[in-house]
Design a protein around this ligand. Structure first.
Ligand code: NDP
Ligand code: 2IT
Length: 443
């Protein structure tokens, strides 16, 4: 059995009941197979065995008191996956589905994504099985403070730098950062996505969605296409989806649909993004309220968003939200490009459908890397104690996304998989990581 197959089988056997983690490592190892198996130095250095085992996993209790005076307990996680390239870096997710498997898949993906950015970032991820929906600001604060009381001892500006993800935005980061500062008695860039008044960076809020559109725009242009006049369907209606919709609209695309965990909206005239922001960001409400703003739009319960005909599909909600049947419908409806704003939104089978049908497919670790890249820019500004303007950060983000596009394209070509950016992104991410790990010895 080849080196890659053997380590993959071993990892799956040794980490039972972790389906999302198995899915992520299967995708990456399958891509790496020809590259790694033809280079015995990797096996000699045990690179894959060391890469697949997180350096550290912290699981902890988060006790807090709700508004009714009842004690609640949640499970918290921080997976510190790999520090070969820099401090552990990656978001925190608050969602009832959070499990060890989901944390590990996200942290493993993050390690490759961060490598691809070309910035000095290791990989990590964390979160809790906490459901913020319907909770008061005081309950959110109590939860965030309790989480940070434990997490604070494991993080630091040069150790591990968390940020936001699903269910964690400016409000939650503010509460967690405030508690960290109090416990550590230290003001440092230990978080990214901070508020602008206390060390945050301009463009970080927009960065993941903008970066996705910058990369897609660049890759479309290589095929002689642009966003101008294209019909676009975007799933989700959170940070990534909203900012992707905004930039896409600025570039001439027409976003006709968005979704949340209950259903989706279709607006043939193009989604009114300000209305969505009001509903989701200010009122923390449901997309079903959109019809009040635009009576001619349609709201539909359920996960049928991919049946809407479009030229470009951008899954920006969560893992495994786009299945094989959805991919077949998208292809049948003439979709020419898919960009993953979310982490692993497309199942392995659906990805195959896109690749076989020559759909331009941009995998999450490249397509959504704009968020963490801008986090690295926030860290740089914190270290220098000098903030950059919106235009300066935006320019740097564009350059980083263009470089990512170039490196996944070149890596795919070198591996004889021209146009397959799943292979391109995995190999390009792996090469840099493996080189750093080899040079640092067996650690
Ligand atoms: P938000 O919490 O801001 O928004 C998440 C959106 O996805 C909401 O519309 C939510 O619906 C929907 N959603 C979440 N879980 C589910 C589910 N199980 N089924 C259906 N819909 C769901 O998160 P972000 O926009 O920050 O994150 C979205 C994706 O992008 C995630 O995969 C995240 O890992 C990834 N990502 C985020 C980055 C960032 O900088 N924020 C960077 C890179 C990737 P509802 O409102 O009903 O909960
Ligand atoms: O998945 C991701 O890349 C994020 N949630 C952002 C991580 C970060 O550290 O900015």
């Amino acid at each position: 059995m080849s080196y890659t197959r053997r380590v993959l089988a071993w990892a799956i056997q040794n980490n039972p009941n972790e389906p999302e983690f198995h899915q992520a490592i299967t995708e990456i190892f399958t891509s790496l197979k020809p590259f790694v198996d033809s280079r015995p130095e990797y096996e000699k250095a045990g690179i894959l065995e060391r890469l697949i085992e997180p350096e550290r996993v912290i699981i902890f209790r988060i006790p807090w008191v709700d508004d009714a005076g009842k004690v609640q307990v949640n499970k918290g996680y921080r997976v510190q996956y790999n520090s070969a390239l820099g401090p552990y870096k990656g978001g925190l997710r608050f969602h009832p589905s959070v499990s060890l498997s989901i944390m590990k898949f996200l942290a493993f993906e993050q390690t490759f994504k961060n490598s691809l950015t070309g910035q000095p970032l290791g990989g990590g991820k964390g979160g809790a099985d906490f459901n913020p929906k319907g909770r008061s600001d005081r309950e959110i604060m109590a939860f965030c403070q309790s989480l940070m009381t434990e997490l604070s001892r494991h993080i630091g500006a040069n150790t591990d730098v968390p940020a936001g993800d699903i269910g964690v935005g400016a409000r939650e980061i503010g509460f967690m950062y405030g508690q960290y500062k109090r416990l550590a008695n230290c003001v440092e860039g230990v978080f990214t996505g901070k508020g602008l008044s206390y060390g945050g960076s301009l463009v970080r809020t927009e960065a993941t969605g903008y970066g996705l559109i910058y990369l897609m725009d660049g890759m479309l242009k290589r095929r002689g296409e642009t966003f101008e006049g294209k019909t676009v369907v975007i799933s989700g209606s959170g940070n990534v989806a909203i900012n992707a919709a905004q930039k896409c609209t600025q570039l001439g695309g027409k976003v006709v649909a968005l979704s949340d965990s209950n259903g989706y909206i279709y607006d043939a005239d193009g989604i009114d993004i300000d209305a969505v922001k009001l509903i989701k960001e200010v009122k923390r409400g449901r997309l079903s309220m959109y019809k009040k703003h635009r009576p001619d739009s349609v709201y539909q319960d359920g996960r049928g968003i991919w049946s809407i005909p479009c030229d470009i599909a951008l899954p920006c909600a969560t893992q495994n939200e786009l299945h094989e049947e959805d991919a077949k419908i998208l292809v049948k409806n003439g979709c020419i490009a898919v960009g993953e704003g979310a982490n692993m939104p497309t199942t392995l089978e659906a990805t195959d459908v896109f690749l076989k049908n020559k759909v331009l497919f941009l995998p999450g670790k490249a397509a959504n890397a704009g968020g963490v890249s801008t986090s690295a820019l926030e860290m740089a500004q914190n270290s220098m104690r000098i903030p950059w303007t919106f235009e300066e950060v935006d320019e740097k983000l564009k350059e980083i996304m263009a470089n990512i596009g170039k490196s996944i394209d070149e890596a795919a070509k070198e591996a004889d998989f021209e146009g397959n950016f799943v292979v391109g992104a995995n190999i390009a991410g792996f090469k840099k990581l493996a080189e750093a790990m080899m040079q640092q010895g067996v650690v």
